[in-house]
Design a protein around this ligand. Structure first.
Ligand SMILES: *Cc1c(COP(=O)(O)O)cnc(C)c1O
Length: 383
């Protein structure tokens, strides 16, 4: 098969990250692998398969489409939890396939009851409560309705979880707001208990909260970015380093993105390279063309800025990133030729292009950059 590029997922790196996280959280806390956004660009099918091989059996997704992909890839033994979108017409599939889901408004609660009745089974729900994020979640005044319904319909509803999400736990500037949310969650939890019902589990933490606010771990942590080997923010990383003797990053990147040189060309001094006039050759140059562009998820904002590895050298993207191609300055490496490997993210010899430096350059978050990598690029698990 000829492809423009390939994405490799490093299973040993993943095992390392999972072991590190499990050691911090302990055995009693369920680790849910957050795989929304095509597993943060890693490729949902391949990533979930690899994670399951490494002992992970709880997955959090955004919508039904992602839930279906995991059900198809893995046995029915894994738990799938939808945190976001469930269209009414998909509720039947969700409940029939024992997929758990967030409930954050009355209409979804009544749809769940209606469909569970029809299927003569029970829907497994996680009640999301509003604590200060102001996105989704039941407000305090809606809770008595929720409690009444959960009690009345307990033949058709399993009150599996009580949950919330923090509004920016990765930044210390949000400290006060997050602390308020933690307090509010406890209050509402008490209120529900005092009304005679209890969830099987409680969960609130994403990667950042699980590191910065240990009390948020509760029964389950929803870990996205850290399992992929990246920190939610430099603050979280520095905070962790301050707590340990060894000043080494315990996380390892899973992803590598590789392509090859499509063609090379010499350019005379004084010529512009690519569209427009953004790059002027100020000397005789040699360029390499790589068949990757913004259509594949290589951001246009990396024009004249991005770095790639060729023959173990760090080389610069010159001119603008096009839809399907970009040009690289290889003037100082005589031996560069067509079909040489080009590393867009990952390592070559001793050199590394990390997602983080990649996104610092383009001024985007790691999250955004990763999820933009095209779904159509083949993914391969390596040991
Ligand atoms: C994305 C998401 C997470 C995971 O966040 P990370 O910062 O990647 O760990 C957890 N909970 C919810 C509700 C999310 O949407």
């Amino acid at each position: 098969m000829h492809t423009n590029s390939i994405i490799e997922l490093n299973k040993n790196a993943y095992l390392n990250n999972i072991q590190f996280l499990r050691k911090i959280f302990g055995k009693k806390v369920i680790l849910s692998s957050v795989v929304k956004g095509n597993a943060y660009g890693h490729g949902l099918h391949e990533f979930a398969t690899m994670a399951n091989d490494c002992g992970v059996n709880h997955f959090s997704v955004f919508d039904v489409e992602e839930a279906k992909l995991i059900r198809a890839a893995l046995s029915s033994k894994v738990t799938i939890m939808i945190m976001g979108f469930v269209p009414d017409q998909d509720m039947e599939w969700v409940i029939a396939n024992v997929v758990e889901f967030y409930v954050f408004d009355k209409s979804r609660l009544s749809t769940a009851v209606k469909v569970a009745k029809k299927l003569k089974t029970r829907a497994i729900v996680h009640i999301e409560i509003e604590t200060g994020m102001n996105r989704t979640g039941f407000n305090k005044q809606e809770l008595s309705y929720v409690i009444t319904t959960l009690k009345k319909e307990n033949q058709h509803l399993i009150f599996k979880g009580l949950c919330t999400h923090y509004a920016g736990a990765e930044s210390i500037t949000n400290y006060y707001r997050v602390e308020k949310q933690i307090k509010k969650f406890k209050e509402i939890d008490d209120y529900i208990c005092n009304n005679g019902i209890q969830p099987e589990i409680k969960h609130t933490a994403c990667s950042a909260a699980s590191m910065m606010y240990p009390e948020t771990r509760m029964d389950l942590v929803r870990i996205g970015i850290m399992q992929y080997g990246l920190w939610s923010s430099p603050e979280i990383f520095v905070n962790f380093l301050n707590s340990t003797k060894s000043k080494i990053d315990p996380l390892q990147r899973i992803i590598a993105w590789k392509s090859t040189i499509m063609s090379t060309k010499k350019v005379n001094s004084g010529e512009f390279i690519g569209y427009g006039t953004s790059f002027l050759a100020e000397r005789k140059m040699k360029i390499a063309v790589v068949p990757i562009g913004y259509a594949h998820g290589y951001s246009r904002s990396l024009s004249n800025q991005g770095r790639v590895l060729i023959q173990g050298h760090r080389c610069t993207v010159i001119g603008s990133v096009n839809m399907n191609m970009m040009t690289i300055d290889v003037t100082d490496i005589d031996t560069v030729k067509k079909e040489d490997e080009v590393v867009l993210i990952g390592s070559q010899n001793e050199m590394t292009v990390s997602v983080a430096s990649f996104s610092d350059l383009s001024n985007q978050l790691n999250y955004e950059l990763l999820t933009r990598i095209a779904k159509t690029i083949p993914r391969k698990i390596i040991q």
